[in-house]
Write a protein that binds this ligand. Structure first.
Ligand SMILES: Nc1ncnc2c1ncn2[C@@H]1O[C@H](COP(=O)(O)OP(=O)(O)OP(=O)(O)O)[C@@H](O)[C@H]1O
Ligand SMILES: [Mg+2]
Length: 294
């Protein structure tokens, strides 16, 4: 199977020249296959066509971004791919399983086994510690307490929170909470991780850290990562960018990985610089305030 790309896809997506259009690129092993997917919401006599005739195949280990403005159908598509909502018409295959036809019990089991989620608002359980939140998916999978704790500690260390096991969500910053969210999504090594606006509540520097963590983790185990965003800068982290307008896929482009790494190195350096400047300004203000007091 090949990818359909038109030559002006990158322009339509509003992306920089760092994107190469690769005609007829052969796919890796298919992880998600979507055929003629349509979703119509009915509210009284009103009909909203949220998704219209979507046909895509996403490969194993692919980092794929669904990009589009508010209301374009991104979350609806993600929810269909994850089996959280039923399509009005069409097929969603994960591997060979048609999830659109599964009942709720089968779907719940399927998600437990194959899927992880990262949410914009973190969705951690507030009464539980970081360690307990991260071990939760393993508990559902029947892993013993000793093994759960070991795996959750390992994941928390990986996301730089080896010193926050006993912290509850309210005792952590937004960026730290999202890192717990990432550790939780990846701890059971699901084949696919879905992230809907994962950095929507974070500042630039934390956004970079969070995106880099997710990309690194999915690469380590060849996991498929699907990221929903309205932000073309976030989309640059993906191998592939699908752009939605009014429920239709209007472009499908692949990132040129070398240029793409360059963009991120530059952006990370700029964020570091910005932070250093902020710190210097803060220190100067503090010094001035101190002087005034004296
Ligand atoms: N449960 C629902 N009932 C009726 N209409 C809905 C429902 N969910 C979504 N829609 C409509 O479907 C369209 C796509 O919504 P969706 O939430 O997928 O957009 P989105 O791209 O994720 O937007 P945002 O960036 O604001 O999150 C919108 O027009 C929305 O109003
Ligand atoms: Mg949305």
């Amino acid at each position: 199977m090949s990818i359909i790309n038109s030559t002006n896809d990158a322009q339509i997506a509003g992306l920089s020249a760092n994107h190469k259009i690769e005609e007829g690129l052969p796919l890796k092993k298919a992880m998600i296959t979507v055929n003629n997917l349509r979703k119509v919401y009915k509210l009284g006599s009103e009909k909203v066509i949220a998704l219209d005739n979507i046909n895509i195949t996403i490969g194993e280990g692919e980092i794929c971004c669904i990009l589009g403005t508010s209301g374009s159908g991104k979350s609806t598509l993600l929810n269909m791919l994850a089996g959280l909502e039923k399509p009005t018409r069409g097929q969603v295959l994960i591997g060979k399983h048609d999830i659109a036809r599964m009942d709720e019990t089968a779907l719940a089991k399927f998600r437990q086994k194959y899927v992880g989620f990262v949410f914009q608002s973190y969705n951690l359980l507030s009464a539980l510690t970081a360690l307990e939140n991260v071990s939760m998916p393993l508990m559902f999978r029947g892993v013993s307490k000793g093994k759960r704790n070991k795996a959750a500690k390992h994941m928390l260390k990986n996301v730089g929170l080896g010193n926050r096991y006993e912290h509850k969500p309210s005792q952590m910053s937004g960026g730290q909470q999202q890192r717990v969210g990432i550790a939780r999504a990846f701890v059971s090594k699901p084949r696919i991780v879905f992230a809907d606006e994962p950095t929507g509540n974070l500042d630039t520097k934390t956004t970079i850290e969070v995106m880099e963590l997710m990309v690194q983790m999915s690469r380590e185990n060849n996991q498929t990562l699907i990221i929903v965003t309205h932000d073309p800068e976030i989309a640059e982290y993906a191998d592939r960018i699908l752009t939605l307008i009014d429920g239709k896929v209007v472009s499908d482009v692949y990132n040129d990985s070398i240029a793409f790494k360059g963009v991120h190195a530059a952006r990370a350096a700029a964020a570091e610089e910005a932070t250093a400047e902020e710190l210097a300004a803060k220190n100067a203000a503090q010094a001035a305030a101190q002087e005034e007091k004296e």
